[in-house]
Write a protein that binds this ligand. Structure first.
Ligand code: ADP
Length: 645
């Protein structure tokens, strides 16, 4: 008969495990510290399991304060031990769990082995679990004992091809301790020394700060030595050992929001974003039902300095069951909400999730959708109930939010509701809803004008007659605006209509009739002059026509294709788009034209040139030939000055 505790069994690793271990040991040189994250997360899971089992098993005691994950180092042995008092494993479980590849994440890891060898930083995104210990270890010894059992198991391996299993009771009772005998590294490799306190402290903070159980380590502290009266003796210190908790354990987002103080939310925001200011808005909620996740998201009160930099990442931090998975997870939030900072903690995603998986993952896209809705609802509430705050938000991030109108048609209606615009008749911001509500009964469409500069379009001659009619006009000066109105086409059944487009139709049928005679007369009277315009500008223009779009300025240009603003944007993006020719509209009521019709041909040509350049300036374009224009104006002044002799 065998004597218990004396038998050492030798076992071969499953082939796939050997492959994985080979990869760990020989090919991965960076991000080695993630082994600690993996082992701590296993320990945390094991404590979760213990607590769960204790709910139904009275023989297991649960004193909440006792649960812990402990780290011990020995610089003499060059070892690091991670212990927990969780559920532990039976011998059969050890052999099954640690010796075969049971879970899909590891298989996927192997499938990507080649890619990972080339980009070792990818390893951080994979949960490679227990085996990652071999990235830093020569030898690993695991001692575990299942809760409720008296026999424990020691598993040991150098990660080559076999492992041993031996029965041995664990002094501390249920739980698992994993001792890693650290490799001797080549000094050139610069491998962190995981027996060093600061290294462990830093790694725990980075990856496991929000683990719900205390991660404790015994650390040495120098203390002044005291004399008989308990006063410090100068120059004399002694080393003492103290127990230190390395993680904050504060999974703030998991506490009910009713219990979290404003100050705590703010501190957490600062911790998360390194922004010294307060967030403008905090959004904290828990989704339950088909999909379980908690989100703690913030809207900053100012634009971050690197906002909209090409290479500045965006997205939320991703946790799976409190364990940090990755930063800047773009899959969780659309880019038009890229100002949102914060994190998502999912109960459904797998710990082994990678960016590649997330892109196709149904759970991830469900989270994205529900989170987007929540953010949009929050903004809508802010717009309705805290207008001043909302306007501040809008000035920071409105132009980003607008991008959603063309890019996410399913949310177009909601996003249009959230839009704020400057308008021609009023200082300040109007929502589209407010604009439409204030439209006179006769107004058919939502009128807008685009341009580069708000003040410039505010004074644009295009606004003259439309304002005279009592209609308001949206002043759109953001690069993205043109796309927004083009892709939306309508809001509340009203068309968006550019006031610089050729088919602007403001009059009722009766008004048109009444004006027809007047226009016909002007056409007859100005016929020769119009021919001069036409002839002189035939290279530049599609046509010249008499119109009543203007009331004060003499001429303007309108477009039948892309607007002037759109063409400038395309140019700036380096897109080679064919320029659409403009139509010049002439305000026949302007006193200039009757006089001009009487002038000699040469003078007419000179003035046509000046008027055309004026019109270009008014639509925000460059003049054709600045030198010729200035010369032309100087000549004009010269001839006007003749009367001062
Ligand atoms: P994963 O944790 O992704 O399942 P691992 O290779 O890290 O993969 O672990 C395999 C299994 O071994 C775990 O699912 C768990 O059942 C068991 N295990 C690992 N570490 C511990 C531990 N500290 N306590 C109890 N069981 C553990």
């Amino acid at each position: 008969m065998e004597i218990k505790g004396m038998t050492i069994e030798k076992n071969q690793f499953q082939t796939e495990v050997s492959e994985l271990l080979q990869l760990m040991i020989h090919s991965l040189y960076s991000n080695r510290e993630i082994f600690l994250r993996e082992l701590i997360s296993n320990s945390s899971d094991a404590i979760d399991k213990y607590k769960f089992q204790a709910l139904t098993d009275d023989s297991l005691d649960t004193k909440e304060d006792d649960f812990e994950i402990r780290l011990n180092t020995s610089s003499k042995e060059k070892s690091l031990t991670i212990s927990d008092n969780g559920i532990g494993m039976s011998k059969e479980e050890v052999v099954k769990n640690i010796g075969t590849i049971a879970h899909s994440g590891t298989k996927e890891f192997l499938a990507k082995a080649q890619e990972i060898k080339q980009n070792p930083e990818l390893i951080g995104q994979f949960g490679v679990g227990f085996y990652s210990a071999f990235m830093v270890a020569d030898r690993v010894v695991l001692h575990t004992q299942k809760a409720g059992e008296t026999a424990g198991t020691i598993w040991e391996s150098d990660g080559k091809s076999e492992y041993t299993v031996e029965e041995k009771t664990r002094e501390q009772g249920h739980g698992t301790s994993i001792t890693i005998y650290l490799k001797e590294f080549d000094s050139k490799e610069e491998v962190p020394n995981f027996t060093e306190e600061w290294m462990i402290r830093q790694t725990v903070k980075k990856y496991s700060n929000f683990i719900a159980y205390p991660i404790r380590m015994k650390v040495m502290r120098e203390e002044p030595e005291l004399d008989s009266e308990n006063k410090p003796i100068e120059g004399k210190t002694k080393s003492i050992v103290v127990d230190e908790v390395l993680n904050s354990q504060k999974a703030l987002w998991l506490r009910p929001s009713s219990e979290i103080k404003e100050e705590e939310y703010k501190d957490f925001y600062r911790h998360l974003t390194h922004d010294w200011q307060e967030p403008q808005k905090t959004i904290h909620f828990k989704a339950e039902g088909t999909m379980e996740y908690t989100a703690l998201a913030y809207i900053p009160s100012e634009r971050p300095f690197n906002y909209n930099y090409r290479d500045s990442g965006y997205g939320l931090g991703l946790y799976v069951k409190r364990i940090f998975i990755m930063n800047d997870c773009e899959e969780l939030i659309p880019s038009y909400l890229r100002f949102v900072r914060g994190l998502v903690d999912s109960n459904d995603l797998s710990l082994n999730v990678s960016r590649e998986i997330l892109q196709k993952d149904r759970q991830a896209s469900a989270i994205r959708k529900s989170l987007t809705n929540k953010v949009l609802r929050t903004l809508a509430d802010m717009q309705k109930n805290h207008r001043a705050d909302y306007e501040k938000f809008w000035q920071n991030f409105g132009s980003t939010l607008k991008e959603g109108v063309p890019s996410e048609p399913s949310n177009q209606e909601k996003l249009l509701d959230l839009l704020l615009c400057q308008t021609a008749n009023k200082e300040g911001w109007l929502s589209l809803g407010e604009y439409v509500d204030a439209m006179p009964a006769a107004q058919q469409a939502i009128y807008y004008i685009t341009g580069e500069d708000l003040e410039q379009i505010r004074n644009s001659p295009y606004l003259e007659r439309i304002k005279a009619k009592g209609y308001n006009v949206l002043l759109l000066a953001d690069a993205v605006d043109e796309w927004v109105v083009n892709s939306a086409a309508k809001y509340k059944d009203k068309d968006f209509q550019s006031i610089a487009a050729k088919d602007l139709d403001l009059d009722t049928d009766e008004e048109k009739k009444a004006k027809e005679n007047e226009k016909q007369e002007a056409k007859n009277e100005l016929k020769h002059l119009m021919d001069t315009f036409q002839e002189h500008l035939k290279e530049d223009l599609e046509s010249v026509k008499i119109s009543d779009r203007l009331t004060e300025s003499p001429v303007c240009l309108v477009s039948s294709g892309a607007s002037a603003q759109m063409e400038r944007i395309m140019d700036a993006m380096g897109q080679d788009t064919p320029k659409s020719k403009r139509i010049m509209e002439i305000n026949h009521k302007h006193p200039l034209f009757k006089k001009m019709a009487l002038a000699p041909k040469d003078t007419q040509k000179q003035w046509v040139e000046i008027l055309y350049n004026q019109a270009l300036l008014n639509e925000g374009s460059k003049v054709k030939d600045p030198l010729a224009l200035t010369k032309n104006i100087a000549n004009l002044m010269l001839s006007a000055s003749e009367r001062y002799q």
